[in-house]
Design a protein. Sequence first.
Length: 130
Amino acid sequence: MQVFRTDRGSATVEAALVLIPFLSMMFGLVYAGLLILAWNNAAFAAAQAARYASVHGASSGNACTTTQLQTIVRSNPGLQSATVAITWSPDNLAGSTVNINVSLPVPVFVPLISTKSMTVASYSQMTIIQ
């Protein structure tokens, strides 16, 4: 009795074994890029609000408020749902510091992960000059 061996179907099996980790890695890289983009947006918005606050202190004649700074942060793309914490140390007079904390929940699109979102955060601090 003669046994015939063929290689039919082996390419499909090999492709399946290679594609699963390859696609997982590619989706992970894309998601890491989205997280970095969200963090970069949060960092830029925090710095932008801190710069605005540093030149609009109490002695500038046009003092900024916490609501104005939160609006500046949330007007940036993708930051409408951001949590913004603003503190002046000790107050908003020249020589004091303003601290802006921005945190943003980023939804997780990866299956089999129990968390629904990850949080990226950024912080900016500047001295008030006016």
